[in-house]
Design a protein around this ligand. Structure first.
Ligand code: LMR
Length: 397
């Protein structure tokens, strides 16, 4: 039966990683995958993680199964990071399962949605993270897009977004990015979040908030503002979180799927459904990443160190947003790229065309996603001039 298989196209983001690795050009620049790199172009293990790992090595006394919901201390920490002292937590309306990464959280959410409403359509921003669409489709859900990013103004199509979402029926799910929209970097401001939340309440669709970059936008608390306002208003929502970026735990695959329901009784039922979903996919999650995060958040000292290290990553990316513009101007680029400083998180859309992206890769070994999404931390003081010069060349035509 395997002889009938057809080759499947390589993932547009992970495929770039492989192509970059194989490129022998010593000047190559990786602006592809959303992984933080420091000034040396290295994705280092955070110090707070190193310390927590040392603690874990010393204290771990068993490798027995941890259960379908994963690490309960991690789950409680991740709920507090997202919701703070919000009433949804205080009234027992949230249940969380720790998952293998943010992608695992989304897949668990997809299977949960299927159990709640097999006919649900999941609405995603146009554009969105490429894997959102395939992931929900793979779970057997219908996926449709709503207007979000405006390629002409480099801002949001917010009016069109509201108009389209006003047609979404109760029982459907609308995916929003909590912060650091992937791929565009353009986020809803708080006023826009409020309007979205009121619409969700009025129309009765269920928001699914994807929070893969908490702390990379404006700050750990600030990045939850929209989510918390939404939770003020709606009775039900789904939150998918990830610790890949903010704890730098990419390969440990640690994330969480949280379900918020209308009351604690429904939450108990939702929990049983969530756990049955987990059991039927991977039984229970790997423990390591969750225990590291728990150790960090259990300790005031490690939490303070984490906050510091997260701020260093966030600030470096923000500094480079301005630096890119300065370097472009220094290279004589006259197009307006000032929108880069209005975006948040790891990514920026440069708004250049396919041919220019192709030339950057072929002639200069500069790798970015085909939508012109660049992962900004791939730039550093050793390669930013090379990047700006290459951009000047391809923009000249
Ligand atoms: C990205 O968007 O680059 C990251 O979220 C990594 C991934 O899995 O695609």
């Amino acid at each position: 039966m395997f002889s009938h298989l057809q080759p499947t196209p390589i993932d547009p983001i992970l495929g770039l990683m492989a192509a970059y690795k194989e490129d022998p050009n010593p000047l190559k620049v990786d602006l592809g995958v959303g992984v933080y790199k420091d000034e040396q172009g290295h994705t280092a293990v955070l110090d707070c993680v190193k310390k927590a790992e040392a603690l874990r090595l010393k204290n771990e006394d068993s490798k027995t199964y941890i259960g379908m919901a994963g690490d309960l201390s991690f789950n409680s920490h991740i709920e507090k990071l997202a919701f703070g002292q919000h009433k949804v937590l205080l009234s027992g309306r949230v249940t969380t399962a720790h998952t293998p990464g943010g992608t695992g959280a989304l897949r668990v959410a997809a299977e949960f949605i299927k159990k709640a409403n097999p006919d649900a359509t999941v609405w995603v921003t146009n554009p969105t993270w490429a894997n959102h669409i395939s992931l929900f489709q793979a779970a057997g859900l219908k996926v449709k897009e709503y207007s979000y990013y405006d390629w002409d103004t480099k801002g949001l199509k917010f009016d069109a977004m509201l108009t389209e979402l006003a047609q979404v029926p109760a029982g459907d799910v609308v995916l929003v990015h909590a912060c650091c929209h992937n791929p565009s970097g353009m986020d809803l401001n708080f006023e826009q979040w409020k309007q979205f939340a009121h619409l969700a309440k009025e129309k009765g669709f269920t928001p699914l908030v994807d929070m893969a970059y908490q702390g990379f936008g404006l700050g750990l608390e600030e990045d939850t503002q929209g989510l918390r306002y939404l939770a003020d208003l709606v009775e039900e929502l789904i939150l998918c979180s990830s610790c890949s970026k903010n704890f730098g735990l990419y390969r440990e695959r640690i994330g969480a799927c949280s379900i918020v329901t209308a009351d604690s009784k429904t939450t108990e039922i939702a929990k049983s459904v969530l756990l049955s979903v987990v059991r039927s996919i991977y039984s229970m999650p790997p423990a390591h990443g969750a225990i590291i995060v728990s150790h960090i958040l259990d300790s005031q000292e490690l939490t303070a160190l984490w906050h510091q290290e997260l701020a260093v990553m966030r600030n470096r990316i923000n500094d480079y947003r301005q630096l890119i513009i300065d370097k472009f101007i220094a290279e004589g680029i006259t197009q307006d790229f000032s929108f880069i400083t209005k975006q948040h998180g790891m990514f920026s859309f440069l708004g250049i065309n396919k041919e220019q992206i192709e030339r950057l890769r072929k002639e200069f070994s500069i790798y970015m996603v085909g939508s012109s999404r660049v992962s900004i931390s791939g730039l550093n003081h050793s390669n930013i001039d090379y990047f700006a010069k290459a951009m000047a060349q391809v923009l000249k035509g």
